[in-house]
Each structure stands twice: as C-alpha cells, then as structure tokens.
Write a protein that binds this ligand. Sequence first.
Ligand code: FMN
Length: 253
Amino acid sequence: MSYTLWKQLSRFTWPLRKYAPILRTMADDTGRTQTPIIFAPETYQYDKFSLDESQLEKDPIDQFTKWFNEAKQDNSETLPEAITFSSAELPSGRVSSRVLLFKELDHRGFVIYSNWGTSKKAKDIQSNPHGAINFFWKDLQRQVRIDGFTEHVNRETSERYFKTRPRGSKIGAWSSPQSSIIKSRAELDELAKENEKRFEGQEEIPCPDFWGGLRVVPLEIEFWQGRPSRLHDRFTYRRKTEHDEWEVFRLAP
Ligand SMILES: Cc1cc2nc3c(=O)[nH]c(=O)nc-3n(C[C@H](O)[C@H](O)[C@H](O)COP(=O)(O)O)c2cc1C
C-alpha cells in the first residue's frame, strides 16, 4: 500500500482506534501493525556530498579525523562528539545502547569515559569485550560505524582526563552509583552533599578507581555518505585482528 493511500485511509480508521484491542484479539495476528501510533515522518533526500575511492585516506583513523574535523567546523553539528555506544551481555546476548561523548582518539582507537563499577555497559563488557560506536552527523548527511573490542585505558590516562573535568562533574562521578536503582532524587543529592563535604578544602579531587576511560580498538570502520534516491556511498575498512592490514570495500547501500 502506498504511503499516501495509507494516510488517507488512516483518517477514517483513526476514530475507530478505541476498538483496536478487540480487533487485535479477533485478528490474532501479532506480526502485523494494527493501528500505528506514529507514522513515519516525511522523508528527505540526501544530496549534499558524495564519497569515492579517490577521496579516501589509506588509514581509516586518518579518514575519521578528516570527517570529524569537518563535523566540528560545521556550525549545525552542535555535538559532533555525541555517539551511540552499544554493548552486549553474554550469555543472554541482550544488546544495550546509550549516548556517550567520545573524548579521545589515537592510532589505537576511540576513547570514552564512564563508570566501570555499576553501569550496565560495565556489566556488558565484563562478559563480552566487544563494543560498537555510531556517529551521525545530520547536517553533513554522514554516518560512521565502528566496531571492535574494548580495553580499559591505563590509570594515568584516566586521571589526566579526570583532571580536566569541572569540579561539579568530579563530585558527580564520586556520588552516582551509575544505573543502580535509587529511592529518590533526595538520595542522590545527599550523596553529592556527602562528597562535597568529603573533598571540602581539597583543590584536587582524585579520580575514582571505578571511573575512567575505555578504548574501542576498531576491527571495522564504515564511512557512509548519504546520496539521492537512497543510493548512498559506503566504504568500509576491515581487518581480522589488530595486527592485520586494513582492507577497503565499497558496500551496497
Ligand atoms: C548527550 C549525552 C552525553 C552523555 N555522555 C556520557 C558520558 O560521556 N559518559 C557516561 O557515562 N554517560 C553519558 N551519558 C549518559 C548515558 O547515556 C547513560 O545514561 C549512562 O552512561 C548509563 O548507561 P549504562 O548503564 O547503559 O551503562 C550521556 C548522555 C547523553 C544524552
């Protein structure tokens, strides 16, 4: 059914939505969408840039640096370092994603900072060291997908980064048992107050040992450039292990 026809029909069927539960039971067809709550918004064309082999850097880290700098220079990309980080717990295989801020890049990989004591991502990577990062730069119509294995950065690196954080964020890191269930906002505020007292008069707040950096060492990095009619340009760099050379492939959109 075409989208326009669907929209016209829905004008008449929408008032009948209160009968949806009854109809659902009668239909006994859980695989089919009954009464959509949200319709997909209008689609748009990706028509700003293209990407071909001749533009690609030999090393994906250099290619990423080029694109990241372009995203940083683009005023419409307000938070180019915002990523979705995905991890998966084993043996269940349950996947979880969350937004984080990407903080550092070296030739080994992409570093993020978080709580590695109580968070869900901490539990996930304890059972499965693999992780994936996704960047989406809307204005540039670009996506970068990274997957690989994770490793904790050393203490010195975590401490160096922790020092750059505002005092309030340092107190926050000490005070939040990230992703643990708490009773109330008041409980959290109380924890923060206790830590403010604890570090009162102390200029340097130490980096908690449960807090620090995690590096995603990439085994695959894909660069996606939106193109008209969904015929996007996609190039992926792959290697089997961190010791192998990168190979580049064009992927169908
Ligand atoms: C824009 C944005 C930036 C965030 N940056 C971080 C971050 O750098 N580190 C972090 O631990 N959580 C960050 N968060 C919070 C996470 O999304 C998440 O709530 C938290 O890490 C707990 O996730 P987990 O229990 O699944 O591990 C950020 C959230 C948003 C929306």
